[in-house]
Ligand binder design. Structure first.
Ligand SMILES: C[S@@+](CC[C@H](N)C(=O)[O-])C[C@H]1O[C@@H](n2cnc3c(N)ncnc32)[C@H](O)[C@@H]1O
Length: 204
């Protein structure tokens, strides 16, 4: 396994000391992408938000500031990331504004129609069954709720191993897959930040 394949595997479920290091690096390295992606989302201060594949938890911190009167949940299937995200968000967790759970996108431990917004930063390429998982996300969104997906834009990625690992590559594929699972008002921004794509979709 070469370094690129190792990083892809580790990114899908960070573990051990290297996983913790990767979580901290992602917290730093993805920050600008979170800020860019979240700027596309008309968030209300009392929104209830879920960040799936929350990794090291840096996006949860930004979300907690954005929804100062709401509540933010993070979920990740890596215990290493859950523990790191809990550490990074200790103050917000103690204040009852953030919670971080261990679990998979395929079987979310949340009630139907619980969230105004669901975010997914650099994680959907790792989801085990994209169609079923998008349905599961839809289940926990309120009617009118929005899903924000932010990813690197593979059309501008040179590394074929990375590109191969992605389940959706083009903006057309995002529209098609989300549309097939009943999402509407799908908008794609693959221009304003070179190398990145942000996709917003709404549950009717
Ligand atoms: C590349 S990391 C991105 C982490 C974080 N969102 C960020 O942008 O820094 C992908 C994350 O998705 C999580 N993940 C992958 N598959 C998942 C699944 N089926 N359910 C929940 N989390 C998952 C991984 O454990 C990892 O923390």
């Amino acid at each position: 396994m070469n370094l690129c394949e190792k990083l892809i595997e580790m990114g899908g479920k960070p573990s051990g000391a290297p996983g913790r290091l990767l979580g901290r690096l992602m917290n730093l390295g993805h920050r600008e992408a979170y800020v860019w992606g979240l700027a596309q989302l008309p968030m209300k201060p009392d929104s209830v938000v879920l960040d799936i594949g929350c990794g090291g938890g840096a996006a949860l911190k930004l979300l907690a500031v954005m929804v100062s009167k709401g509540r933010v949940w993070g979920i990740d299937h890596s215990w290493e990331m859950v523990n790191l995200a809990r550490q990074v968000n200790k103050r917000f967790i103690e204040g009852g504004q953030v919670a971080v759970d261990h679990g998979s996108v395929s079987d979310l431990p949340y009630a139907d129609e619980m969230f105004d917004v669901v975010t997914a930063f650099e994680t959907i390429e790792f989801w085990p069954s994209l169609s079923e998982d998008l349905k599961e996300v839809r289940r926990v969104l309120k009617p009118g709720g929005q899903l924000l997906v932010v990813n690197r834009h593979p059309e501008q990625e040179r590394d074929s191993k990375w590109t191969e690992s992605l389940q959706i590559r083009t903006s057309g594929e995002y529209r098609e897959r989300l549309g097939a699972e009943g999402y509407v008002d799908i908008s794609v921004d693959d221009r304003s930040r070179p190398g990145w794509i942000a996709v917003l979709a709404r549950k009717t």
